[in-house]
Design a protein. Structure first.
Length: 94
């Protein structure tokens, strides 16, 4: 699963921006814990992070299907990539 492939630069930048936003949210949660903020406020922030990670995951899943599986001209390679994605998705929904 360590194939190196390239995605459109604009898409990569957008995904990286999402990751930076999530990292900022997680850092904010750490600051909330250090400040002994209300548990309900912290839980709301954790919910936001969880939703952001879910959204990022969905974007990457769609990009993978579009660019990495559909874009593969080789039938056996496409089947291998589809099996790999299926394995990951099975773990994702646990």
């Amino acid at each position: 699963m360590s194939d190196i492939h390239h995605h459109p630069e604009k898409e990569t930048q957008a995904l990286r921006a999402r990751v930076r936003k999530i990292a900022g949210q997680v850092n904010g949660i750490e600051r909330m814990l250090l400040a002994d903020r209300d548990c309900a406020e912290i839980l709301l922030q954790l919910l936001s992070v969880r939703k952001a990670i879910k959204s990022l995951s969905e974007k990457i899943i769609h990009a993978h299907i579009r660019d990495c599986i559909n874009g593969t001209a080789d039938g056996p390679d496409a089947k291998r990539r589809l099996r790999e994605l299926t394995n990951v998705l099975e773990r994702y929904v646990e």
